[in-house]
Ligand binder design. Sequence first.
Ligand code: ATP
Ligand code: MG
Length: 137
Amino acid sequence: IERTLSILKPNAVAKNAIGAIYARFESAGFTLVAAKMLHLTREQAEGFYAEHQGKPFFDGLVGFMISGPVMVQVLESENAVHRHRDIMGATNPANALAGTLRADYADSFTENAVHGSDSTESAAREIAYFFSDNEIC
Ligand code: ATP
Ligand code: MG
């Protein structure tokens, strides 16, 4: 069994899509083991995306991520990291397959609706970034 860190970005929350997206997670067989709504500070967003510091899209990404509340959750299933990335679809929504979350909810490359950890190592780091052990069930 594996865990991944998932974020519904500000545009997904602003579309009142939290319930619809959580329903997809549950239908896909994920168990929600932690969740919280946060309005990220600039420091939190910059720290979360530290690997992208200096890239041309970084400032826009951080500005977007602090533009409104996000939902942060931990999803559990077999092969959770890859299965969650499959249902998110491609990072650039222009390349996201029909039926994926990004095909349905993204507005642009940066405003692509959802985040998911890209490896079990990043999942462990990202889960610890947002949740303490006693917040994960
Ligand atoms: P995430 O980490 O959010 O799950 P990802 O792993 O598919 O997405 P990364 O390469 O880690 O993509 O980029 C992090 C985020 O930065 C993307 O989800 C997107 O919002 C934004 N981003 C990445 N590349 C670009 C780009 N070339 N132009 C605009 N925004 C970008
Ligand atoms: Mg990434």
